[in-house]
Design a protein around this ligand. Structure first.
Ligand code: PGA
Length: 320
């Protein structure tokens, strides 16, 4: 087994990740016979089959799964070593694998812009998924750093808050409660609600608030994206609770209102997290340091009505 080369492991890792010999060959700029030959040699060295084919799909065998874990560890160590050497040479170079929850997509790219300009040698990959999926990736140590709306409770992880994340109640601008002050939560609970999918952190925070007040949410519809929810609100299907950051990009301005409801905004923060005991790469540490300046790069939600002194996206002044 020790005679197997790193190249063979690299080929194996690519097939396991891409689920295809052809795609692995393309990615590595190798011919398919070369790929097959490398895997044949590796399989002989291991002494057990690594893949099995069912129909057109390729699956890892038990031995294959174990080898996949081991090869990922080997490559991680090498990456860390390369970054360490780059750092010793005074270069900030290497890869940064970030995984962020769906709602963080509204600000993460804006944070990454100046970071990539400052460190052109750092290559960033960004994975976007909901909270549940990001927690699975965190447990599996698949990324350098994760960004999510609440520190992980279910697993051992280090986490630091770096930015505010207020959750607000959104309604159509012509909603009868728009402009009203200090609306009781019980009154809001009478409204039909549009909810994010189960596994969403936004949904979890909102359900917690209602449960604390022993109120039931009247669910009109579940939608898997913040964008779809905003459109459904404008379409008059109901109200919802979303991060104020979701208003940053292409919010249907003038068609949405933030309601001034008691207990809102839910004051949350964005956290950066990684598994306890993880050896952070130099690049990941550099990004952690950089996040301390995050508020500088993520400005307030733009409001086209600010100049007129009246902004339908902000609750009435007295309630703020
Ligand atoms: P979500 O997470 O995008 O999965 O809702 C956001 C959050 O945790 O605040």
């Amino acid at each position: 087994m020790r005679h197997s080369t790193l190249r063979q492991l690299e080929v194996f890792e690519a097939i396991a990740r891409l689920g295809s010999f052809t795609r692995a060959a393309e990615e590595l700029f190798l011919t398919q016979p070369t790929v097959s030959m490398q895997i044949k040699k590796l399989t002989e060295a291991v002494g057990l089959p690594l893949f099995e084919q069912v129909g057109k799909k390729i699956y890892l065998t038990d031995a294959g799964r174990e080898l996949h874990k081991t090869s990922r560890g080997v490559f991680e160590h090498f990456t860390r070593f390369e970054m360490l050497i780059a750092d010793m040479k005074g270069l900030k170079k290497g890869a940064l694998r970030l995984a962020v929850v769906t709602t963080a997509k509204y600000f993460a790219p804006r944070l990454l812009g100046p970071f990539c300009q400052q460190y052109p040698g750092i290559e960033v990959s960004l994975k976007v998924s909901n909270r549940e999926r990001i927690l699975e990736r965190l447990a599996d140590n698949q990324d350098d750093l994760c960004i999510l709306g609440q520190p992980p409770e279910e697993l051992e992880a280090e986490s630091e808050p770096f930015l505010e994340n207020p959750l607000v109640v959104l309604a159509p601008a012509n909603h009868p409660l728009a402009g009203k002050k200090k609306i009781p939560l019980a009154r809001l609970a009478e409204e039909p609600f549009l909810l994010r999918e189960p596994g969403s952190g936004t949904r979890m925070a909102m359900e917690r608030l209602f449960a604390t007040h022993r109120l039931k949410i009247k669910v009109r519809m579940e939608l898997g994206s913040n964008e779809a929810i905003k459109q459904a609100i404008v379409g008059g299907l109901g109200v919802s609770v979303l991060s104020r950051h979701t208003l940053a990009l292409d919010a249907p301005m003038g068609q949405l209102a933030i309601l001034d409801v008691e207990g809102f905004p839910i004051e949350r923060h964005w956290y950066v997290a990684y598994p306890s005991g993880k050896q952070l790469s130099v690049v990941a540490r550099t990004f952690l340091d950089y996040l301390k300046q995050a508020p500088k790069f993520v400005s307030e939600v733009p409001c086209h009505h600010a100049e007129q002194g009246e902004c339908p996206l902000l609750p009435a002044k007295a309630g703020r």
